[in-house]
Design a protein around this ligand. Structure first.
Ligand code: MN
Length: 240
């Protein structure tokens, strides 16, 4: 409240200056999780609070893709960097088909703890709906200078996940819009991985199964179930 009042007062003093939204947050600053924390009410949502990033203890960088049925279905694509998970929302999900460019909208960096979150965000809360850990593993930058790739709006990397593999690129096209594209390599494929492999990478549950276990409301359960591929497609293909 006080914060909004202060903001309103400062707006009155001088006209708002239009400012370009940075394509990615300023990584040189502390408080990279401030927006994450500001958007959430941790007394209500089961999501983890964002704590200050800890010094990297070495080892591989994590990646996670969380299937999230919020206002609309999307796949949250997250890459560990500088102690946080840089995040993009991919409405149609990743594709192994190199001829497909998937829109990826920048969202606020998330805490590393979020990589373990699978469950239901209560209705009325930010991002309310069911979240599945759809894939996880490690990622490798193709240029050791990640900061430079981010500045160039072209992040090239390899994924070592349970579902997503091989070489990929995220290309910034201005504002918060990026494109997620598969490079041509041995992991390229024209089959739709979101349909072929729809289950949680950690619990093997469907979206409906996650919602049911979390005691979701009947409405949230129905919405989550509609985000699962039709059962026929799932059963016939996931046994392969
Ligand atoms: Mn999301």
């Amino acid at each position: 409240m006080a914060r909004n009042a202060t903001r309103a007062a400062s707006v009155k003093k001088r006209p708002a200056v239009p400012r370009a939204e940075p394509t990615l947050p300023d990584l040189s600053q502390y408080g990279m999780l401030a927006e994450y924390n500001r958007k959430r009410n941790f007394g209500v949502t089961p999501e983890p609070a964002g704590r200050p990033p800890e010094a990297k203890r070495g080892g591989a960088l994590a990646f996670v893709v969380q299937k999230h049925r919020a206002t609309a279905l999307h796949y949250d694509f997250r890459l560990e960097y500088a102690g946080v998970m840089l995040s993009w929302a991919v409405p149609k999900g990743p594709s192994h088909d190199p001829s497909v460019k998937r829109l990826a909208m920048v969202t606020e960096p998330h805490p590393l703890d979020y990589n373990q979150f699978e469950g239901v965000i209560p209705e009325g809360e930010y991002g309310g709906g069911t979240v599945m850990i759809w894939d996880h593993g490690t990622w490798e930058p193709e240029d050791a200078d990640v900061e430079r790739m981010i500045r160039k709006n072209e992040i090239k990397f390899r994924l070592h996940g349970k579902k997503l593999r091989g070489s990929w690129v995220l290309v910034g096209t201005g504002d918060r819009r990026w494109l997620l594209i598969k490079h041509r390599d041995e992991a390229a494929s024209t089959s739709d991985v979101t349909v072929d492999k729809p289950l949680s990478a950690v619990s093997r549950r469907t979206m409906a199964g996650i919602a049911r276990a979390a005691g979701a409301t009947p409405r949230q359960l129905a919405v989550a179930a509609a985000a699962d591929p039709p059962r026929d497609a799932t059963v016939s293909r996931s046994t392969a």
